[in-house]
Design a protein around this ligand. Structure first.
Ligand code: MN
Length: 286
């Protein structure tokens, strides 16, 4: 199949950078194209520098960008997105740790996932055109990422890698006051914090995939029950709950306000955030 050949060619750099006998990341076979919906995933990655890996499915692979500061719902904020190598679609379910010393060593959280579509219709062809033009407009249907966004290509660095900007469109989901990066501290699939993922023995695979230290059945069951828990206690951001007096222009103040709001609202979130913040605020009861 022509599509398959093209896709695996696109993963050459991904494979060259990794030793799959040492990391649990998927080796990646060529993906098959989705006929109907295209997937996206965002992984929070605490490597040498914390960043968010923003991945959009296109032509059987995940086009990938590293966004150091993560996405912003403020249409006036442009977030640098450095293009990195295409990733296999199997990477969309990866959460865990990459061993130290390996490429990208550190903790990976599934921060959001869902589907996306071109803003103006036209399916995958429209997305490919936008991608090649360096002006990719799309709608995201995720838990944390909603509405219209654009990736605009700026320039290429000395290695030929392109720098893009990730910008929120002005639509009903836009919100200059909402700091999603500081509000969302847990995995979209398992509800775990970065610390919990880092210390989670079951997800640390130093061996290759054929010799995982746990039978796959167990892992599936655990993942399912964790997902159920998350679904039972949906934590939605609600516009009405946000303070109206908030001023417009300070991202830093927005962060602090977001944290306070999180603690006030809902016991569950308060407790979870408390755990995460317990390190910094020793006096706080968690
Ligand atoms: Mn990364």
């Amino acid at each position: 199949m022509a599509a398959r050949k093209r896709s695996s060619g696109s993963l050459i750099e991904y494979k060259r950078k990794r030793d799959f006998t040492k990391t649990a990341e998927p080796a990646g076979t060529a993906g098959t194209r989705s006929k109907h919906t295209l997937r996206f995933v965002i992984q929070k990655h605490a490597a040498s520098h914390l960043h968010f890996d923003f991945r959009l499915e296109l032509d059987g692979v995940m086009k990938s960008w590293a966004v150091p500061k993560g996405p912003s719902y403020d249409p006036g904020t442009r977030r640098l997105a450095m293009q990195v190598e295409d990733h296999p679609i199997e990477y969309n379910t990866f959460e865990g740790t990459i061993p130290k010393g390996q490429y990208g060593g550190g903790t990976v959280m599934l921060w959001d996932r869902g589907t996306y579509e071109p803003e103006g219709g036209g399916g995958e062809d429209a997305l490919r055109d936008g991608y090649e033009r360096g002006d990719l407009k799309f709608i995201m249907h995720g838990k944390r990422m909603r509405g219209g966004w654009v990736l605009v290509r700026m320039r290429r660095d000395e290695n030929g890698k392109a720098q893009w900007l990730l910008i929120k469109h002005r639509d009903d989901d836009a919100d200059a006051e909402y700091d999603v990066v500081s509000d969302v501290m847990t995995s979209v699939t398992t509800g775990r914090t970065m610390e919990q993922i880092t210390s989670g023995r079951s997800r640390v695979w130093n061996s290759n995939r054929e010799s995982d230290d746990e039978p796959p059945a167990k892992k599936t069951a655990r993942r399912k029950s964790a997902a159920k828990k998350t679904a039972a206690a949906p934590r939605k951001r609600s516009k009405s709950a946000r303070p109206k007096s908030a001023t417009k222009h300070s991202a830093k103040r927005g962060t602090r306000r977001g944290a306070k709001r999180g603690a006030k609202r809902g016991v569950k979130r308060g407790v979870k955030r408390g755990v995460k913040r317990g390190v910094k605020r020793a006096g706080r009861k968690v």
